[in-house]
Design a protein around this ligand. Structure first.
Ligand code: GLU
Length: 313
């Protein structure tokens, strides 16, 4: 405890972020924005922002850290947390917790494994989580938005209708995944309802500052901004563990190797990463690598943990 306090007091987050931004500057603009959702394809790949929120809620940032971007798959962490908090362990009968080693929207594995997705962070698994959250709340996407507003302290967070509609119009693959699981009896609500909430959930826009702050309950071992407990210690540990092993598509091994933190990325170019007991990091840069992770975002987290020596290992 004493050591932790010394370490925290010694951390100059602002200085570190500025150093990270300077070091990764050559990589900003690398990769390509997600093209399969037309509304995301037009975002400038040279944007870059990064924020750190410490467990006391203090936030530091650099670059475009206050600029809203499309959260996309990062929301999967939050729906998982809300579902586990309300429904408990029962979810794990319907979705696994092993890395997939396959692209995030793959259909192949789902057939081999009879409609039980590998983990909650590939699209099929996230659809199952949204389905359960819908069953538990009656309005999964609004429940998520409200939670993000409360945790981030930003009541202005909102859905992006253009992104949600763009995704729905080009959502054949997600529809296929959902129908496929329904055929195996692994969907409780009608497929169109689940898809609607999933697309709207993914469309939420937030900034690095919002995201780092909203994710603090994971650094606080399950405790929310208002000091109430969302998750047990075990549940918070487990979500962080699934983020580490499954949170960055089929590059989770490489992300763990380079960054050494639980993380979750989204095709909007954002990544959230957690240092339990200390802080939450959020980074955004829209250029993606071939696996769907932000090129400059991963590089920045890699640099952050290298400069500070902080990781879960
Ligand atoms: N809305 C996106 C999809 O379902 C999310 C993908 C992602 O961010 O990984 O394809």
């Amino acid at each position: 405890m004493e050591n932790e306090a010394v370490t925290r007091a010694a951390l100059d987050y602002q200085g570190i972020l500025e150093q990270v931004a300077a070091d990764v500057a050559p990589q900003i603009g690398g990769g390509r924005p997600a093209e399969y959702i037309p509304a995301l394809a037009s975002v400038d790949p040279r944007r870059f922002g990064m924020a750190v929120a410490d467990i006391d809620g203090q936030v530091h940032g650099v670059g475009d850290w206050r600029e809203p971007f499309s959260a996309q798959s990062i929301t999967k962490v939050f729906t998982l947390a809300l579902t586990l908090a309300r429904g408990g362990e029962e979810l794990w009968a319907h979705v696994g917790r092993e890395p997939s080693g396959n692209p995030f929207n793959s259909l192949v594995q789902l057939e081999q494994e009879q409609g039980i997705p590998r983990n909650p962070f590939i699209n099929a698994g996230a659809l199952v989580v949204t389905d359960h959250l819908q069953g538990l709340t009656g309005d999964a996407s609004s429940e998520l938005l409200e939670f993000l507003r409360e945790e981030s302290g930003n009541p202005g967070l909102a859905f992006d209708q253009e992104v949600a509609e763009s995704e729905a119009a080009h959502g054949d693959r997600n529809a296929a995944l959902a129908h496929f699981m329904a055929a195996y009896g692994n969907m409780r609500n009608p497929v169109p309802t689940v898809l609607h909430h999933y697309f709207w959930q993914c469309s939420i826009t937030l900034s690095c500052a919002d995201l780092a702050t909203a994710g603090l309950f994971l650094a606080r071992h399950g405790v929310r901004a208002d000091s109430s407990r969302l998750l047990t210690l075990s549940e918070a540990k487990r979500i962080n563990a699934v983020m580490l092993t499954c949170g960055t598509y089929d590059a989770a091994g490489d992300f763990a190797y380079r960054v050494g933190l639980p993380g979750k990325s989204g095709v909007g170019g954002g990544i959230i990463a957690v240092i339990p007991g200390l802080c939450t990091l959020a980074v955004w840069s829209p250029g993606l690598d071939s696996r769907g992770n932000s090129v400059a975002g991963v590089a920045a987290l890699d640099r952050f943990t290298t400069l500070t020596g902080l990781s879960v290992f």
